[in-house]
Design a protein around this ligand. Structure first.
Ligand code: ZN
Length: 142
């Protein structure tokens, strides 16, 4: 595994783990490297600034080591979320209503995503409507 410090075009900095440099290039080429904060694929390796400390040497920097499996899972969730949100229609609060229409074939089947209350979700499950939670990828703690 190699670790890259990555940065998107909105200057969000995040970490990426790849099996090797070629894997990074391949994933980048296929648009699989996304910013976890704004989900853009316009990301690049951050320029590694030399660790020059101009002050008194006590200034702290934030460091972390992410669990590689956690990172892969996160990337998979982001990829799924990106796929759903790019291909499906956003129906907002009408998710339960629209999902039921699709389930009972009142309208043509299509991909949708949106929000539903717990009661609506329970009712959908009861009606046997096939749906799944959309992964919500929380912003990194700063
Ligand atoms: Zn970003």
């Amino acid at each position: 595994m190699i670790h890259y410090s990555l940065v998107c075009d909105k200057s969000h900095k995040f970490d990426g783990w790849f099996s090797n440099a070629a894997a990074y290039d391949a994933q980048k080429l296929r648009g699989l490297v996304t910013c976890p904060i704004c989900l853009t694929t316009a990301v690049d390796k951050a320029i590694m600034a030399p660790a020059v400390n101009r002050t008194d040497g006590t200034e702290k920097v934030s460091l972390s080591i992410g669990h590689p499996q956690h990172q892969q899972l996160r990337e998979a969730m982001l990829a799924l979320r990106n796929k759903v949100t790019s291909e499906a229609d956003y129906v907002g609060d009408r998710f339960a209503e629209e999902a039921r229409k699709i389930h009972f074939k009142e309208v043509d089947a299509r991909g949708i995503y949106g929000e539903a209350t717990k009661e609506e979700v329970a009712a959908l499950v009861e009606d046997g409507v096939d749906f799944m939670p959309l992964p919500s990828v929380k912003e990194e703690h700063n």
